[in-house]
Design a protein around this ligand. Structure first.
Ligand code: MN
Length: 225
């Protein structure tokens, strides 16, 4: 009985104090599972250092705002401009964006050969871009022309059409389209921290290698949602 009371106490105090709720998602694969395309050292550092820092800093910046701690990350990203201080807006943009973008990224990767594109989804890509080759070229071109750090995205717009876009830093399409019905269905991290250990300055080699480890099953799920 006493034990139950103690855990109830901790549960309640965690609730009222608004404990840091943004945690790193568990990866569905090992750090080495994406080799040789994405190496295990990069995966380890990327997840445990970079991604963890975004989550930690996001949680720290929300400490004074218990009501906002209860919101989900998409809500925070879509409503940056109505956040109560400029400092918090900046933190949500950078740390909240970094936290969410990496959550998406890990789920959109899979060990080579384990989540191939279906015929049906190939048809969707072809209908939108002419061919799979044209889609990949357009995506790669966007990745290479983004100056500095950022992300390349495949999004489904309000009309259901697929579009490629890129964003700087840790921005995410949700920040630009607000509450409209756009959906991010694929993203590629093109910060140097995502590829420099293995590919050094050769971003294009990294982008080409990425096609081997895309989790097309997840991309299709996101498209259908
Ligand atoms: Mn990253």
């Amino acid at each position: 009985m006493k034990k139950h009371l103690i855990s109830l106490f901790f549960a309640l105090s965690a609730f009222t104090m608004g404990f840091a709720q943004f945690e790193l998602p568990k990866l569905d694969y090992d750090y080495k599972a994406l080799e040789p395309y994405i190496d295990s050292a990069t995966m380890y550092i990327h997840y445990n250092n970079h991604h963890a820092a975004y989550a930690r800093n996001l949680n720290a910046s929300l400490e004074k705002y218990p009501k906002l701690q209860k919101k989900d990350i998409q809500y925070l990203l879509k409503n940056i401009s109505s956040m109560p201080s400029e400092e918090l807006q900046i933190s949500i943009r950078n740390n909240g964006g970094g936290y969410y973008n990496h959550n998406l990224f890990w789920s959109m990767l899979a060990p080579a050969g384990t989540a191939r594109i279906s015929e049906k989804f190939m048809g969707v890509i072809e209908a939108n871009f002419g061919s799979f080759h044209e889609f990949k070229s357009a995506f790669e071109k966007e990745a290479l022309s983004r100056f500095g750090s950022g992300w390349v995205w495949l999004i489904k717009d309000k009309q259901g059409n697929l579009r490629i876009m890129s964003t700087p830093n840790q921005d995410n399409p949700l920040m630009f389209f607000g509450d409209s019905n756009i959906k991010v269905i694929l993203g590629l991290d093109i910060w140097e921290h995502a590829y420099y250990l293995k590919y050094q300055s050769k971003r294009s080699d990294y982008v080409k290698a990425f096609w081997n480890v895309v989790n097309w099953e997840e991309v299709e799920n996101l498209y259908k949602k």
